[in-house]
Design a protein around this ligand. Structure first.
Ligand code: MN
Ligand code: MN
Length: 463
């Protein structure tokens, strides 16, 4: 059974629509380099479309549009449906966090010998470290000051902004490095980011100069922040620059953090472009997926459940009914919206071609994830999959199977198992990606569009 390439079915008009949808997606990907920036972007657009902060509402009714956010980076959007919520919701959940280099708490130092100024980092998520050197990088994030002020930082994206980066050893002197494995050639503690080198003279002692002082002066001048403020900051080093068309036919989008902003965006658009649904629909934009979904903003926090409790109460004349909440969660259906492995002709040996996803064949469904005998995976119910097949086939949406590589090759997980713990139906469904977790990931524009249609159809039609 072979699935067709989605491009084959498009007439000229649909093809234009595919490309135009991807222009919007590229803007999102280029503008939002951190989970906070994603949340800001989504809330701004949602508020303009009539979504209200859950904390400003007490009762809810069909047609209401609600959002809830925790610590500026775990975001949930709801469209309240016409049906009793205890019959279950249609939920899609993606994650906004992506692999990157986080600044340490005390990051700034001047190297004794070279007198250059660098920033210490601790990488976040699974990265192949050698991919992150000799790359144009930007700094994004937030510095929270003692006086209560939050300073937003974004340097390296505008054409005339400086960029940052990490050096690699010249090939001429790499005899020893080249003998090391790919995981050892660049070390975690070696991922130090260059930030400055012009020395400043010490006013009391002309012999003494400090390039670190120059950097601190600039930070004070431009952002009104002191070195101590790094302690209460969340600053990320991410690939600089915009998402771009890739390929002479412009069939791909290349960019940083398709994983998992491509599912975040397509899910967001699916929810926005839909009229008041039958079932209440929820879009979860989670954080911390790349490091195990822990913490206050990870999917394993109680935030989603707590927000659902508030909605249950608000729909039930302000009476909280714990059984009705449990029914709501148990009876829900969920697409765990995360990217999957796309067959890469440069590395055919790690995938199995009858079951892997291919770029261009549509939304990629993984019945299970995990590793070594499906370890750690929530395996989807075939009855659930059959119902999804019916909806997708009726709407002529391209979809395909996916798996995280050959059996025993490696593997991975998503947030699917966390929601499955409520007893609801869950399956992984997202976009196939090349070069996942690298600074320049690749997706097919056809898959972005088909996944958007798939999510929208699920919200509107799944029962
Ligand atoms: Mn992911
Ligand atoms: Mn990932």
């Amino acid at each position: 059974m072979e699935k067709k390439i989605a491009w084959n079915k498009y007439d000229e008009e649909t093809k234009k629509e595919v490309f135009s949808f991807n222009e919007d997606y590229k803007e999102f990907l280029s503008t939002c380099k951190t989970e906070r920036e994603c949340a800001d972007f989504i809330i701004d657009k949602a508020e303009k479309a009539g979504f209200k902060d859950i904390n400003s509402m007490k009762s809810f009714k069909a047609g209401d549009k609600v959002y809830a956010i925790n610590q500026s980076r775990l975001l949930i959007l709801f469209k309240i449906g016409k049906e009793d919520i205890a019959e279950g919701m249609n939920i899609i959940g993606a994650h906004m966090d992506a692999p990157r280099l986080d600044l340490k708490q005390n990051p700034l130092y001047e190297d004794d010998a070279s007198k250059t100024v660098l920033l210490k980092t601790h990488y976040y998520g699974g990265i192949k470290k050698y991919q992150w050197v000799t790359m144009p990088m930007a700094i994004h994030g937030i510095v929270c000051k003692k006086n209560g002020e939050d300073v937003k930082v974004s340097i390296g994206e505008k054409d005339d902004d400086p960029i940052f980066g990490i050096s690699d050893l010249l090939i001429h002197l790499s005899k020893d490095q080249m003998q090391k494995t790919l995981s050892e050639g660049i070390t975690g503690e070696g991922l130090n980011v260059f930030i400055g080198s012009i020395p400043k003279e010490d006013e009391s002692d002309k012999e003494k100069t400090s390039a670190k002082q120059t950097v601190l002066d600039l930070l004070k001048d431009k952002y009104d922040i002191e070195e101590e403020d790094f302690v209460s900051a969340e600053l990320q080093i991410v690939p600089a620059g915009k998402a771009r068309d890739y390929g002479i036919d412009r069939s791909f989008v290349a960019g940083y953090a398709h994983d998992d902003r491509v599912c975040s965006y397509t899910m967001f658009r699916a929810l926005m472009d839909m009229e008041t649904p039958e079932k209440t629909c929820a879009a979860i934009f989670a954080d911390k997926e790349e490091v195990g979904s822990m913490g206050a903003t990870g999917m394993r926090s109680k935030f989603f459940e707590n927000v659902c409790a508030k909605i249950q109460k608000g729909l039930n004349n302000e009476v909280y009914d714990s059984i009705a909440l449990r029914d709501t969660l148990q009876n829900s259906a969920m697409l765990s919206a995360d990217v999957n492995v796309g067959y890469d002709p440069n590395f055919p040996e790690v995938t199995e071609k009858y079951n892997t996803a291919f770029l261009g064949k549509g939304a990629a469904f993984a019945k299970y994830t995990g590793s070594r005998g499906k370890g750690g995976s929530s395996d989807a119910d075939p009855k659930f999959i059959a119902k999804l097949r019916k909806i997708l086939d009726d709407a002529d949406i391209s979809y395909q199977t996916a798996e995280l590589g050959k059996v025993d090759q490696g593997g991975g997980g998503t947030i699917a198992y966390i929601l499955a713990e409520y007893g609801m139906d869950v399956i992984d469904c997202g976009v196939a990606v090349h070069s996942m977790h690298s600074p320049l990931e690749l997706v097919s524009k056809a898959d972005v569009y088909e996944t958007y249609r798939c999510y929208k159809e699920f919200y509107e039609k799944y029962k």
